[in-house]
Write a protein that binds this ligand. Structure first.
Ligand code: HEC
Ligand code: HEC
Ligand code: HEC
Ligand code: HEC
Ligand code: HEC
Length: 443
């Protein structure tokens, strides 16, 4: 029991303060309940503990025997005294000494995860998770109704995983961020199997089916289609677009605005079934030596900091067997994977991510020289801020902005699908600037 308490106190801020020193008393019970302890389980366990202590022949009898055998004698009075101070004994003597018996009670249900020598690395995983966007970006409290809650809150996703949808008229009044219980159901199943890995139908009807990556894709996908959004029109606000996380669409090379008459293709990650989200994002660097919790595993981050210097996680690249080696662009959050061509036309062939960044910059950048900043009645100002404009834009401008956001918000700068990302960006640039040299466009 103490091990469990200590573990709760460590891993659960709400339970912090229970402390290993506390005793099994009403106050302790209440606090565990406040910490979300399943009442039933607790009662069961507590009853079991009472039964156990009542029947314990170990420490109590041991003590009594010691008294009996002592020269002063012990006998019933002494025994009664001990029983009278049972609560005291429970705290000071029994709890540590009945740990073996406790283990056997807890074993089935709790020690795998909450004991001191756990089967699952809950605490280590938690320290990684705390650095992840799931924990830290904070939009669970912002996006908790309409249908947002199905992706942004733990409660909404659990409902969606169970029933296939969320009640858009309801909102989650006490939303919690995406956490252990969103992706796993450890207290229902007693293990860390995933809540769902069903294949996902993207919003344009294309099927995403890549093993554990399906879990990620059920949230990290576009919410809108170019068919609905891209036409001659005004841009209503800065969050207009496919919606922040179109990674599943990008990986499959689908659902950006594709210009008529152009052919689109995929790079290796777009077609390899083993390149699912998990194999890259959760790969653990070998040994985890000299690293930080913010890289790999449940941080789900590929680029983090080690002693304040940028570091990328190459474990997934190497584990895949496809890349013999993978380096990092010095002191940058970029993989040193040379692009096939100078896509952004700056005169040198840099890494894929730098080339894609170069293409994005040609549309919007911090110097104010992007095509979507310098055109007549531009949608973005010189600093890259959205101009809430009522201007009716021709379809090329709307398409270019849609694709800009699609690639930008994918966040991988071309790693998810280099060919598709470069193609849609080049075609967008070409639509705005007929003189652009697009001879380097991947085929
Ligand atoms: C398969 C693993 C697993 C098992 C088995 C398990 N737990 Fe948990 N439990 C977790 C995880 C994971 C968390 C969340 C930890 C975190 O937030 O870092 C948790 C959290 C808790 C919390 C804090 C609840 C909250 O809302 O934050 C309590 C209380 C708890 N567990 C009690 C128990 C009890 C009692 C048992 C045995 C009956 C048990 N657990 C068995 C994995 C497990
Ligand atoms: C299909 C799942 C899904 C739905 C539904 C959804 N979102 Fe999101 N949203 C995401 C994902 C995934 C991200 C994170 C993408 C990333 O960081 O790469 C995100 C990011 C965001 C962000 C952060 C943007 C940023 O630049 O930091 C906001 C704000 C947001 N969503 C609001 C909403 C609102 C409001 C709704 C409902 C109207 C909503 N979302 C519905 C999946 C969804
Ligand atoms: C966004 C989804 C997500 C969240 C949130 C999440 N996990 Fe996981 N977890 C996964 C996936 C996916 C895997 C499988 C990883 C793999 O196969 O490499 C996994 C694997 C695990 C494993 C390894 C299981 C094994 O048998 O080795 C443990 C332990 C685990 N998670 C614990 C946790 C804990 C504890 C938390 C909360 C602190 C948590 N997870 C939060 C998705 C998630
Ligand atoms: C329940 C929906 C959901 C699932 C499942 C999910 N994510 Fe997320 N993910 C989100 C949302 C929403 C955000 C943004 C959180 C916010 O803005 O508060 C996010 C953020 C992230 C971020 C940080 C992005 C950034 O801009 O910093 C990464 C990386 C990420 N997720 C990867 C994954 C991977 C890999 C998986 C599968 C193992 C996964 N996610 C599963 C919804 C989900
Ligand atoms: C081939 C490896 C690979 C695969 C497969 C992959 N990713 Fe990525 N992803 C990356 C790399 C590399 C980045 C860039 C990381 C960075 O700079 O932070 C990235 C970026 C991201 C980001 C933005 C992170 C941020 O901090 O802004 C999210 C979110 C994300 N990926 C989610 C996913 C999801 C969801 C899937 C599956 C649909 C997926 N990824 C598949 C390698 C991969």
């Amino acid at each position: 029991m103490q091990a469990v308490v200590a573990q709760f106190a460590e891993t659960n801020p709400k339970a912090r303060g229970i402390g290993a020193k506390s005793c099994v008393n009403d106050r302790y019970l209440r606090r565990l309940e406040e910490a979300g302890f399943v009442k039933q389980v607790l009662e069961k366990q507590f009853v079991a503990q009472k039964v156990l202590t009542a029947h314990s022949t170990g420490p109590i009898l041991g003590l009594a025997n010691a008294e009996k055998n002592s020269t002063n004698g012990g006998g019933p009075t002494m025994m009664k005294h001990y029983l009278g101070t049972l609560p005291f004994l429970l705290c000071v003597i029994l709890l540590p000494s009945i740990s073996v018996a406790q283990d056997s009670i807890l074993q089935k249900s709790c020690v795998d995860c909450h004991g001191s020598e756990t089967k699952y690395p809950v605490r280590g995983v938690r320290s990684q998770y705390l650095t992840s966007g799931h924990r830290s970006l904070g939009n669970a409290h912002y996006a908790n109704s309409d249908d947002c809650q199905g992706c942004h809150t733990n409660e909404g996703f659990v409902e969606r995983a169970k029933t296939g949808k969320v009640d858009v008229k309801k909102f989650v009044s006490n939303p919690s961020e995406i956490g252990c219980f969103t992706c796993h159901a450890p207290h229902d199943k007693g293990n860390f199997s995933l809540r769902t890995i069903s294949k996902v139908t993207l919003v344009n009807g294309v099927t995403f089916d890549r093993d554990k990556g399906n879990l990620c894709a059920s949230c990290h996908r576009a919410r809108r289609t170019p068919k609905d959004e891209v036409r001659a029109r005004n841009i209503p606000n800065d969050s207009w677009g496919a919606h922040h996380g179109p990674q599943a669409d990008m990986l499959l090379g689908t659902n950006a605005y594709e210009f008529p008459g152009k052919k689109y293709s995929n790079s290796a990650h777009g077609v390899l079934p083993t390149a699912n989200c998990v194999t890259c994002h959760m790969a653990q660097p070998a040994g985890r030596y000299s690293l930080a919790p913010s890289i790999g595993g449940h941080s789900m981050r590929l680029a983090g900091e080690v002693h304040e210097r940028p570091k990328v996680n190459v474990a997934g690249c190497l584990n895949s067997g496809c890349h013999g080696e993978m380096k990092q662009v010095n002191d940058k959050h970029f993989y040193d994977r040379k692009a096939a061509s100078d896509y952004d036309g700056d005169g040198k062939i840099a890494s894929v991510q730098e080339e894609v960044e170069g293409l994005l910059d040609k549309l919007i950048n911090s110097k104010g020289s992007g095509l979507l900043q310098t055109m007549k009645d531009p949608p973005y100002d010189a600093k890259g801020g959205f101009i809430n404009s009522k201007t009716q834009y021709p379809i090329e401008v709307v398409a270019a902005l849609y694709n800009y956001k699609f690639v930008k918000e994918d966040g991988s700068k071309g790693i998810h699908n280099t060919a598709y990302a470069v193609q849609v960006l080049m075609d967008s640039l070409k639509a705005l600037d007929k003189n652009l040299d697009d001879s380097k466009r991947p085929q």
